[in-house]
Design a binder for this molecule. Sequence first.
Ligand SMILES: [Zn+2]
Length: 67
Amino acid sequence: MSKPEGFLPSRTCPVCEQTFTWKKKWSDCWHRVIYCGADCREKDSKAQGFEDHGSDGENIDAEVGAG
Ligand SMILES: [Zn+2]
């Protein structure tokens, strides 16, 4: 049981509807991760008409195309 594969949480991106899986880089902010990547986050931000700079200085973007 060295790798907990199959037990990792996953989410569906509300923009592209792709499922993305928990990554170690998100261990501290998984509850804040919504989109699969920066592109989708920007698309949704623009769609809702709010700016998303100066949040907490955290980069919680996924790597687009990973997987
Ligand atoms: Zn997406």
